[in-house]
Write a protein that binds this ligand. Structure first.
Ligand code: GAL
Length: 711
């Protein structure tokens, strides 16, 4: 079975909201979709009030017609359950299912995402509409994928949540003494003597308890996952051969541990809207796509392990999955095609909703961004939305068919993308392999959002992005790993601001280095245990031994401060008093309080090497450092001859490979590699890319191996 079911080639399409338009528009939509070669659309994602206008009274006639029309037009459907936007009747009838903010305000309907996932009435209504859709459409031939909900992410602080939170805490800690220990209850008189005293973290007079806040984030992720699983299971029971997923949004406010959810979706789906308009957008795109691919790989591995009977529920896995050095273990796709399935479920064709001012994508950028996702393993490129709305909250959000209609630059580009994706169908067989990995940890991200840390400038995503950017600019494709992922397959592992480090994760990192792995750790990693309690005896407690250093003091810096370093680069944001306990200094602070003290250290540990970086380097210096460290670790860039500004990513099978070359720069570029460019059908040697241009080379063994970029 291919996922989504019944589709060949890459997926192309987006959210289709026919309920916003008179029925006469629908056949025209299908005709335009055919013209653009759209093959998959998400339908019904915000249509609850139209599907169930009154409690238990369904109106499916319009959806029947839409699905028939789409199927007749050769277009498959990701059928959504509309549970992200309950209808007004529901909220009026069940005010207790409206979410409550941390300051105690109960929100009203009138927007979307206005639900409490712990409210029994909401859960029952969600099951009701999902079940009704499953009954009605289980045999519809257009049905290719179930798209549950939209971007799970609502956090609520109501009494229903309090009940569920307590149950979650009881399961985690068993008794209140253990809870008090985990939350450091002795600080500020926070010993609970009865479970009933525990609340979701509401607004407090002064700083809240970091342990309480962190566990609440973990709980919300699990609670939302429970709501998803409930729908998924009833959909699966009705249609065992139709995959089920939900689309993830990636913002810092999102209370979802995506890596943990990965085992529960059949296909990891992300929505991606880069916040930056400049070149940072390409870097954000690469980061998001690498995360999605890594979650998909992880999910696939966890499912395999679970099927083999080695593990229990999500996340409660042992240390299975260690593979041999020389390439991360890559499970084949469940459907027998290239790597584990993930899909860019939403992106913006043009204008992106950003506060204050929307930014437009230049011509060609939409296609380039789509290819950047496909290069990293996405099973296609999908958009929000098909046809621009003529009213409503997102009236000026871009669409494949803009307000101007099909006679527009935007629609012509949509048609071009359809042609491009058609030509790229064969790459779906290919898997992306990365020799280097960065640790990603949702709990560390949440913990770093705490307001009690030494610097308000420390931002987890910024730290991870800086490492990812540095490695990308050094020409590497990057995987992300979680605590229980295979580490041994990577030549280099980078831990940026991995603040929380449980014992067993620390032990795996030691083993990784001892077995020959190369490790680079940056400041504020390994500081605390999983309960955000600091490990005493010198930072970074959990990694002192492997790094051969002991940090006595932090020196958070004023944002304007630059600390000169002995190699001519500068440090900023953060500095530390680092004592050597086995490591050798590689670069030192030069001048000021820390004059002569180590800033970057190296420690040979077992068969591997562990680097410690105690300050934030500027972009180029970080790139140069990681390029050197990766090279010493034996990791080769994807295409060493690609000039700066050209992104190179490879997908491959045992027999052949495809090299994506994306010129993000404003100049024409030449890359001295050769192969058949799938976009033009011509053999290229070398590849000449206009400004903003792309090429996708089929690198076959007969295509002059001497010129292959990886030869
Ligand atoms: C997504 C959401 C879509 C639409 C889009 C606008 O996060 O899933 O429904 O709101 O943002 O950018």
């Amino acid at each position: 079975m291919r996922w989504p079911k019944g589709l060949t080639g890459l997926c192309y399409g987006g959210d289709y909201n026919p309920e916003q338009w008179p029925a006469e528009v629908w056949p025209a939509d299908v005709e335009l979709m055919r013209r653009a070669r759209v093959n998959l659309v998400t339908v019904g994602v915000f249509a609850w009030s139209r599907l169930e206008p009154q409690p238990g009274r369904y109106d499916f006639d319009w959806l029947d017609r839409v699905l028939d029309l789409l199927y007749d037009g050769g277009i498959r459907v990701a059928l959504a359950t509309p549970t992200a936007s309950p209808p007004p009747w529901f909220s009026l009838r069940h005010p207790d299912a409206l979410p409550v903010t941390a300051d105690g305000t109960r929100l009203s309907h009138g927007s979307r995402d206005t639900y409490c996932a712990s409210a029994p009435a909401y859960r029952a209504a969600a099951r009701g509409i999902a079940g009704a859709l499953a009954d009605r459409y289980r045999d519809h031939p257009a049905l290719a994928l179930w798209h549950v909900h939209n971007e799970y992410g609502t956090t609520c602080h109501c009494e229903h949540v309090a009940v569920a939170f307590r149950a979650w805490l009881r399961a985690r800690y068993g008794d209140l003494d253990r809870l008090a220990e985990a939350w450091t209850g002795s600080f500020w008189s926070q010993h609970y003597s009865d479970w009933e005293q525990i609340r979701p973290p509401r607004a407090t007079r002064y700083l809240g308890n970091p342990g309480h806040l962190l566990d609440f984030r973990r709980f919300v992720s699990d609670e939302l996952l429970g709501a998803y699983v409930e729908q998924r299971d009833l959909l699966r029971a009705a249609t065992p051969d139709v995959p089920v997923t939900t689309n993830h949004v990636l913002g810092g406010w999102v209370p979802v541990d995506h890596a943990r959810w990965a085992a529960e979706v059949d296909l990891v789906a992300i929505d991606h809207y880069p916040a930056e308009a400049g070149p940072g957008a390409e870097e954000q795109t690469a980061l998001a796509a690498d995360l999605a691919r890594s979650w998909a790989r992880r999910g696939e591995r966890l499912r395999r392990t679970a099927r083999a009977g080695q593990v229990g529920a999500t996340g409660d896995i042992g240390l299975a999955g260690q593979g041999g050095r020389g390439g991360a273990v890559e499970p084949a796709g469940v459907d027998g095609s290239g790597g584990p399935a993930w899909l860019l479920m939403e992106s913006a064709p043009n204008l992106i909703l950003t506060p204050g001012r929307m930014h437009a994508k230049e011509p060609g950028r939409m296609i380039r961004h789509s290819l950047a996702h496909v290069a990293r393993g996405s099973r296609g490129a999908m958009f929000f939305q098909w046809r621009a709305s003529r009213g409503g909250a997102e009236v000026f959000h871009s669409a494949l068919v803009p307000h101007a209609g099909p006679d527009s630059r935007a629609f012509r580009e949509a048609v071009s993308l359809g042609r491009v994706l058609d030509r790229l169908a064969e790459v779906d067989a290919g898997t992306v392999r990365a020799p280097v990995a960065i640790a990603w940890d949702a709990a560390s991200r949440w913990a770093l959002q705490s307001t009690v840390l030494p610097s308000g400038q420390l931002d987890y995503l910024a730290e991870v992005s800086a490492a990812h950017r540095a490695l990308s600019r050094a020409g590497h494709t990057v995987d992300f790993v979680a605590e229980d992922d295979d580490l041994l397959g990577y030549a280099l592992l980078v831990l940026p601001a991995l603040y929380l480090l449980p014992d067993r994760y620390a032990a795996r990192i030691h083993d990784y280095v001892a077995a020959g792995g190369h490790l680079l750790v940056s400041y504020f990693s390994g500081i605390a245990d999983e309960h955000a309690r600091v490990r005493t005896g010198g930072y970074p407690g959990a990694l002192r031994e492997v790094l051969g250093v002991r940090v006595e003091e932090f020196h958070p810096l004023d944002p304007a401060t630059r600390l000169p370093l002995s190699d001519g680069t500068t440090g900023r944001l953060w500095a530390e008093t680092v004592r050597l306990t086995g490591a050798t200094p590689s670069v030192s602070y030069a001048g000021g309080l820390l004059d002569g003290e180590p800033a970057l250290t190296r420690h040979d540990h077992g068969d591997g090497v562990a680097w410690y970086l105690s300050t934030r380097l500027d972009v180029d210096a970080y790139r140069d450092l990681l390029a050197r460290v990766a090279e010493a670790a034996g990791a080769a860039p994807t295409c060493p001859t690609a000039p700066a500004g050209v992104e190179a990513v490879r997908r491959g099978t045992a027999e052949r490979s495809w090299l994506f070359l994306l010129n993000h720069s404003a100049e024409a570029q030449t890359v001295p590699v050769c192969g058949v460019d799938l976009l033009t059908g011509d053999y290229a040697d070398p590849v000449r890319l206009p400004a903003g241009g792309c090429a996708v080379l089929r690198e076959t063994a007969d295509a002059d191996p001497g010129r292959r970029s990886d030869a």
